[in-house]
Design a protein around this ligand. Structure first.
Ligand SMILES: [Zn+2]
Length: 300
């Protein structure tokens, strides 16, 4: 099973791609798109031997905690496409993935390792693949976001900054799929929406102003994607919610996290009052749900 950024496969894909899809076994994730994209069907989940043997035991002080038998592990990748040199340099020199892994490892118990990597994938996507328990962020996805923000009127450098902000949301969305799979969490609803809400929850409760910027950037990207692809055929059968819905839900999470601080979202008309009055409860329910689900797996 793989959860990717872009969903439905156009009907005119080649057999080669179809073969690749059958091999790769994925399912689509964060952003919908009306452009040509690839998604992959669910696979039977192949068991993969964990690098870390299950030796840890619950401590007497935390009898309800699960044994810790894994980590988020950065898988280093050689750059394969020259135009991504700048992105690759920045991700590596700033140790973005290592920092994210450290932070997650400090907070979460895992039953097995989860690989994380950034690379060129040949598709504008980001995904969790249950087959090798990996989260992959594609440089093509970052390039696309940069283009979406540029087309939305941002300067070159500002678009670059917002792209990285939005990618923090994307990455945590994919981590959401990884945790749902690793912890065998119940999902009584749409998993894509659950993963979006996990990304919003972690950003807004754990990452301070950087987290707020990430959810804002993601909501902006959802909105711009919706507008920029408005004339293309819409894919109502996709498992993702529509970009417009994801835009409003992201704003609702921000507003619900602190209505007075983020009053401008409503005052300026970005979020209709009819939805805004529900956002505090909606946000609190999201936080409580994820807190409760993650509690046995939290180190602190
Ligand atoms: Zn997803």
């Amino acid at each position: 099973m793989k959860s990717a950024w872009f969903p439905l496969m156009p009907e005119n894909r080649s057999n080669l791609l179809l073969a690749a899809i059958l091999l790769a076994m994925v399912m689509g994730c964060v952003f919908r798109s009306d452009r040509e994209t690839m998604s992959r069907p669910e696979s039977s989940e192949l068991p993969v031997a964990s690098a870390s043997p299950v030796t840890a035991q619950p401590t007497p002080e935390s009898p309800t905690k699960k044994p810790d038998a894994g980590d988020f592990v950065v898988e280093q990748q050689d750059l394969s496409v020259a135009r991504f040199q700048r992105l690759d340099n920045q991700v590596k020199t700033e140790k973005m993935l290592e920092k994210a892994a450290d932070r997650l490892n400090q907070a979460l118990i895992l039953p097995h390792d989860i690989l994380i990597r950034a690379r060129s994938c040949g598709e504008q996507n980001a995904f969790y693949d249950a087959k090798d328990r990996s989260v992959t962020v594609c440089f093509e996805m970052m390039e696309r976001f940069h283009g979406v923000f540029r087309a939305g009127g941002e300067s070159e450098e500002r678009a670059y900054e917002k792209m990285f902000d939005a990618m923090r949301f994307v990455f945590l969305h994919e981590v959401g799929h990884a945790l749902i799979d690793a912890y065998k969490l119940p999902v009584a609803g749409n998993e894509e929406d659950a993963a979006d809400r996990l990304a919003a929850y972690v950003n807004l409760t754990e990452l301070g102003e950087d987290g707020v910027k990430a959810v804002y950037a993601a909501s902006d990207a959802f909105n711009l994607e919706a507008k920029q692809s408005a004339s293309a055929k819409r894919k109502f059968a996709d498992e993702h919610l529509l970009n417009e819905q994801r835009f409003y839900t992201s704003l609702c999470m921000i507003y619900g996290s602190d209505a007075s601080k983020h009053a401008r979202i409503v005052d300026a008309g970005y979020l209709p009052k009819e939805r805004a009055v529900r956002c505090r409860n909606e946000y609190q329910r999201t936080v409580e749900s994820w807190r409760s689900l993650l509690e046995p797996w939290r180190k602190r």
